[in-house]
Write a protein of this length. Structure first.
Length: 155
């Protein structure tokens, strides 16, 4: 794809179908949907936005290409979650752009730390998180399918 124009926009309710679709693709390909996944993906306004979090949407040449959420944990901590890039946009650095934008957004909201839960089978994702500066810490998470926890200190 030539002349790629990536833009980051804030989530609006009309973005929910993409947020759900992109995330279900990878979750169902590698794992299984947990009850919390259905809640978050079908009602992100209730589970992310209304609780102080943010969702960012990446567009590639004006087409929705990916999403990432920052879930509020406490006044200084956000959880980096539900990052997904549509398969047709992979390889265009959409995930990296989403990650960088999410880190900047978390800083602007007063965060001093971002945490995330993932699984080591998701090699490209874990590699990206390391590239963004996340380091592995002991796992203590609420998710059955995660076997790695990472965090990024922002101070």
């Amino acid at each position: 794809m030539e002349n790629v124009v990536l833009e980051m926009i804030e989530y609006q309710p009309e973005h929910q179908p993409w947020f759900e679709k992109f995330n279900r693709q990878w979750i169902e390909e590698y794992f299984w949907m947990e009850p919390i996944d259905y809640d978050i993906l079908q009602r992100p306004d209730e589970y992310i936005i209304s609780k102080g979090g943010k969702i960012l949407v990446a567009t590639c040449n004006k087409e929705i290409a990916g999403t990432v959420a920052l879930k509020y944990v406490d006044p200084t901590t956000y959880e980096f979650t539900k990052m997904a890039v549509d398969s047709k946009f992979r390889g265009l650095k959409v995930g990296q752009a989403l990650g960088e934008e999410a880190i900047a957004k978390a800083k602007s909201m007063g965060a001093t730390k971002i945490i995330l839960y993932s699984h080591t089978v998701l090699v490209p994702a874990v590699s990206l998180y390391k590239k963004l500066g996340f380091i592995e810490v002991p796992v203590d998470g609420p998710y059955k399918r995660s076997n790695i926890k990472m965090e990024l200190n922002l101070v």
